[in-house]
Design a binder for this molecule. Structure first.
Ligand code: SF4
Length: 356
C-alpha cells in the first residue's frame, strides 16, 4: 500500500523535532512508522528474535526507586538471595531449552557479587552467554564480572531528565551514566533504556531519553511503560502509554538498526498481545522467566500481578509476528555508518521507507 506519509529525516539539526513528531504518531502514520521499523530490522539482519532466560537472583536492594516494590522501605516483601548452586541449576534448565543467553537480574545487592562471579564460569561452560542487570557498581566490580565471563550488562538510565531522575531514582543521573561508562570500559556490551509514564514526564522528555541513548551508543536499548506498583510512592500514578512506548521502540529501531530491542513483559501487562505489538514495532528480544515459582512472586520489580513470560507464550508470540527465534546476525556491510545522527538521512539509509 502506498501512503503519502514520510518518515522525517532524523539528522542532527532537526533530530529532536523529528523524534517528537514520530513519538506523537497515531493511526496511519503510526502504522507506517512500525512498517519502517520492521524494514530496518530486516535490512540490518536483526529479524530473528533473541530469547533470553532470566533468573531473578536477589530481591535485596540498596536503592529506593519510587516505582519499585523491591525498594528496602517495602516491609511487606519477603526477601531472598539465591546461592551459587541454585543459580547454576536454573541456568542449566535455560540452556537445555536451547536458549543461549542466561540473564542474571537482581536488586542492587552487594552480597550477590561473589555469588555471581562464582556462578558465571560454570554457566559459561553450558555454552551460553551471560547478561547481567545488577545495578550500579564500582569499575572494579564490573571488571570482576567481565573477567569471570559476563559479556553484557544492562543499566537503564530510566529518564534523561536529571531532576526527574533524582526525584524518582533518588540518586544523581550522573552517577548512573558514570557506571554505564565503566561497564563499557570493563569490556562488556551495554544495554540501557528508559521508562515511559513517570510523573510529570513529557513526550519531549522521552525524545531527550532517545537522544541520550544515542550519545551512550549502547548495544541494547529498551523502552518500558511505567506500571504502578503496590507499596511504592507511585502506586496511585497512572500507567505509561502503550502507544507512546511502541512509538519509542520503533524510533529506537530506526536509530539503532543493529541493536537488540526487547518487547518487555510490561507491554503484555498493559494489554493482551502487547508484546506482539512490540515485535511489530521493531523489537527483537523476548525474555523468558525461569525464576523458581516460590521466589518469583517476591520479585516485585514491576508489580505483584506482573505478566510472567513463559516459553510457550514467547514462541506463540514470535510465530504470530511472522518471526523466528534465533540469534540475530547483523549485516556487517550495513553497520557503518549505522546511525543517522552521523549525518545520513533515513532516505539515504533506507530508500524503501516511503512504501507501506
Ligand atoms: S528498580 Fe532496581 S535499583 Fe531501583 S529499587 Fe527496584 S530493584 Fe532496586
Amino acid at each position: 500500500m502506498k501512503t503519502n506519509h514520510r518518515i522525517p529525516l532524523i539528522s542532527p539539526p532537526q533530530a529532536k523535532a523529528d523524534i517528537l513528531h514520530l513519538l506523537h504518531a497515531r493511526d496511519e502514520l503510526q502504522q507506517h512508522l512500525f512498517h519502517s521499523a520492521r524494514q530496518v530490522r530486516q535490512q540490518a539482519g536483526m529479524a530473528l528474535v533473541k530469547l533470553r532466560g532470566v533468573i531473578e537472583i536477589s530481591n535485596y536492594c540498596q536503592k529506593a526507586c519510587g516505582y519499585c516494590a523491591i525498594r528496602p522501605q517495602n516491609c511487606t516483601l519477603e526477601r531472598f538471595r539465591m546461592d551459587t548452586d541454585t543459580i547454576i541449576a536454573v541456568a542449566h534448565d535455560i540452556a537445555s531449552e536451547g536458549i543461549t543467553t542466561v540473564f542474571l537480574q537482581s536488586g542492587q545487592d552487594p552480597k550477590v557479587d561473589d555469588i555471581v562471579c562464582e556462578a558465571i564460569p560454570a554457566i559459561r561452560e553450558l555454552g551460553v552467554e551471560v547478561l547481567l542487570n545488577l545495578g550500579e557498581k564500582s569499575l572494579s566490580t564490573y571488571e570482576r564480572y567481565a573477567a569471570a565471563g559476563a559479556g553484557s550488562y544492562i543499566l537503564k538510565f530510566e529518564t534523561a531528565d536529571p531532576i526527574l531522575h533524582q526525584q524518582v531514582i533518588c540518586s544523581p543521573l550522573s552517577e548512573r551514566l558514570q557506571c554505564a561508562e565503566w561497564i563499557k570500559q570493563a569490556g562488556m556490551q551495554l544495554g540501557t533504556g528508559n521508562i515511559i509514564g513517570l510523573p510529570n514526564q513529557t513526550v519531549e522528555s522521552v525524545a531527550e531519553d532517545i537522544l541520550l541513548a544515542l550519545r551512550m551508543a549502547p548495544d541494547f536499548v529498551s523502552s518500558s511503560p511505567f506500571i504502578p506498583n503496590e507499596h511504592t510512592p507511585l502506586q496511585d500514578h497512572p500507567h505509561g502509554s502503550l502507544e507512546l512506548t511502541l512509538n519509542a521502540i520503533a524510533v529506537c529501531r530506526l536509530l539503532f538498526p543493529h541493536a537488540l530491542i526487547p518487547a518487555v513483559s510490561a507491554l503484555e501487562k498493559l494489554e493482551p498481545d502487547g508484546q506482539l505489538r512490540g515485535l511489530n514495532a521493531g523489537a527483537n528480544v523476548m525474555t523468558i522467566n525461569f525464576t523458581p515459582k516460590d521466589l518469583r512472586d517476591s520479585y516485585a520489580i514491576y508489580s505483584q500481578g506482573r505478566f510472567v513470560v513463559k516459553l510457550d507464550h514467547a514462541h506463540n508470540t514470535i510465530a504470530r509476528a511472522g518471526l523466528t527465534p534465533g540469534r540475530p546476525q547483523p549485516d556487517v556491510y550495513l553497520q557503518k555508518p549505522a546511525n543517522p545522527m552521523c549525518g545520513q538521512t533515513l532516505d539515504q539509509l533506507f530508500p524503501t521507507r516511503g512504501t507501506a
